[in-house]
Design a protein around this ligand. Structure first.
Ligand code: MG
Length: 320
């Protein structure tokens, strides 16, 4: 799955792997599919096809059933049996007219079949339909990780990425920081101005975080009026700098629905510039305590610590 919030699949170029023992078929498809927005990869036998599928993860596979040594059924079986390419849709190319073969191919996980000698127009539309379907599946998988109200990543995505970032830090000592944000007195916004006004605040704040963070950062809605920002390759000093900017920008915003009322945020940051042995849970707990210090200290402020020593950290002076 793509890890970009602004990912757009509309103009995505697909690659299609053709596994067929006939050179003629490859030549024919190269010539006749030239107009399609796809890159063709070619394999003349099943073993090579499986290797290319694993390595290049094409968007789709066209698979000949009738091949010497390893036939298409065997290829399908291996592909679907725990290979990293098991999600790639497969259209079977079959010279066999037996309905039983088609049933077996479908049972093994093929999404469609085309009978040889194939009609190129038919192959083309089936190819397009299968690619469209696979784009939709990708999009649904992505939406399952996006928060509906704000368009930021959701908690499930945060949990995945946070665990991955921690293991990167543990293994390679890459700097890592995380920030937790809690909008100040948010409940009273909802109570005073109504939930639509509250939602507008959440959406505007989400937009602000997205605008102010760097492309490599991972902005998430953590739950309710809480947000989180994972900052890979970022020392806590630099993370505090980024968060101070977000805090200042929010306090400066004016709100059409309630111009007399400022909105502020309290932020806790924790991070490190070297490999540390802290569990994802412990790290978050420490960040939460840091956030609580910002709340207790009077809100509308950023508190940052070094996650290993627990020492307070000041913002770097550099302009990010
Ligand atoms: Mg063949």
């Amino acid at each position: 799955m793509k890890q970009d919030l602004n990912n757009d699949t509309d103009d995505k170029r697909h690659s299609v792997l053709v596994i067929d023992d006939s050179e003629d078929v490859h030549r024919l498809l190269q010539a006749r599919l030239r107009q399609e927005n796809i890159d063709l990869l070619a394999a003349l036998d099943g073993r090579t096809g499986l290797a290319i599928a694993e390595q290049d993860s094409p968007s789709l596979i066209l698979l000949d059933l009738d091949m010497p040594d390893m036939d298409g059924f065997e290829v399908l079986r291996e592909l679907k049996d725990g290979s990293s390419a098991h999600d790639i849709p497969v259209i079977v190319l079959s010279g066999l007219h037996s309905p039983a073969d088609k049933v077996v191919a479908f049972d093994l996980g093929a999404v469609d079949y085309v009978t040889k000698p194939f009609d190129l127009m038919e192959l083309r539309v089936r190819l397009r339909a299968a690619l469209r379907m696979s784009d939709l599946v990708d999009m649904l998988a992505r939406l399952a990780h996006v928060d509906g109200l704000t368009g930021l990543w959701n908690r499930a995505h945060f949990d995945d990425r946070w665990a991955a970032c921690i293991s990167e830090n543990n293994r390679h000592g890459r700097p890592l920081s995380v920030a937790l944000f809690d909008l100040d007195h948010f409940k009273s916004i909802n109570d005073t101005y109504g939930h639509p006004a509250g939602d507008a605040v959440l959406q505007s704040f989400a937009k602000l975080i997205k605008r102010e963070c760097r492309a490599s950062d991972i902005p998430c809605r953590y739950g309710g009026e809480e947000f989180a920002l994972i900052m890979p390759d970022t020392a806590p000093e630099d993370a505090k700098f980024v968060c101070d900017r977000i805090r200042t920008e929010l306090a400066a915003l004016s709100w059409p629905a309630h111009p007399e009322r400022k909105i502020t945020v309290s932020i806790g940051v924790s991070g490190t510039d070297k490999s540390v042995a802290v569990t994802p849970e412990q790290w978050l707990e420490d960040t939460d305590k840091t956030l609580y210090r910002s709340k207790k200290g009077g809100r509308d402020q950023v508190t940052a610590i070094d996650v290993e020593s627990g020492n307070m950290v000041e913002a770097s002076a550099k302009a990010a």
